[in-house]
Design a protein. Sequence first.
Length: 376
Amino acid sequence: HRFPLSLQVAFSAPVGGSDRAVRSSGIQGINSLSFGNKSWIGTALACDSKAAAQRGHVCRAVQQSSKSKVSVVPLDLESAKEPPLNTYKPKGPYTATIVSVERAVGPNAPGETCHVVIDHGGNVPYWEGQSYGIIPPGENPKKPGNPQNVRLYSIASTRYGDSFDGKTASLCVRRAVYYDPETGKEDPLKNGVCSNFLCNSKPGDKIQMTGPSGKIMLLPESDPNATHIMIATGTGVAPYRGYLRRMFMEDVPNFRFGGLAWLFLGVANSDSLLYDEEFTSYLKQYPDNFRFDKALSREQKNKSGGKMYVQDKIEEYSDEIFKLLDGGAHIYFCGLKGMMPGIQDTLKKVAEQRGESWDQKLSQLKKNKQWHVEVY
Ligand code: FAD
């Protein structure tokens, strides 16, 4: 079962379509997302009855709302001038409770990624773009008698959490699985400890947590009209889900986003897309403020006929990206370490084609604090 984001079809339901068709059509025809007991009503998703009828959708009257964002509490989570940092450390971790663990990918995704919601009772506040540490149970195999090492996970929710009350945080966790290179078979003894612990957790389970940590991926908010180019592979999308919910889903009085958020997401295939319904809904709601480009390595081909990776998408839009960077845009990279060399090569190639020195440009971007990298 795929993580449904508690998505409810409020006014239009596909008739006679398969589950796959519903998912691949994204949020088409869906006007309301419900999260916990709060609902988020779309403004731009008017139900065009003729088009809907052609698609086989049934329309009912919809009440459009201009105040579509979800209100959040407590607003004093906005008042701190500095982000919280390492409130809980490995020697004194916080005991949190698992709220839910849901598979976040479709049946044909290679591997499994889970959306894990954790109740911290409001005691471990964080800002968008930070990470939590998780200490899996058991003994550290390298230091007998000691607890396991902390593993870091980017937080995939805003500071208000998926229930908008500041009491939860969500993680996007991919199970680390080990395949024996000789037999090609999975060796469960060598599977990743913490990712599997989290993905196997049940509601009510207790977990040991540290953090929050990290400043490099904090969303710069001084200019609400800034451009943010977000590049992710797989679970690297986690911090961006937080940013995008803050920009487009939540009603945060002191951050009214009017800039451009441009997400590039690289995954294996369409079943591996993460949080696609949410992102697709922002495209419909905020077409002037959100762009979303996907690179599906096992489904799409790049212009040379090879697999489509995020760097190929970056190359496709390199002129625009370079112009935006020259105009002060922030660029973020998050996901597997292996994504960076290919991306850097592409950016260097494009810079050279433009007669610019990439090394100079990169050091300028870093100096201006426009360059944000968190890869693992
Ligand atoms: P470990 O038990 O630490 O094992 C590591 C790897 O070694 C696994 O692939 C395992 O299969 C393999 N292995 C184990 N034993 C052997 C053996 N004997 N021989 C060969 N190989 C072996 N991950 C996410 O999923 N989502 C995130 O949002 C995320 N954010 C991160 C943010 C930061 C800043 C950092 C630094 C990391 C992040 N990670 C994230 C990665 C995460 O911290 C873990 O590294 C990851 O989940 C693997 O941890 P594990 O305990 O499951 O695997």
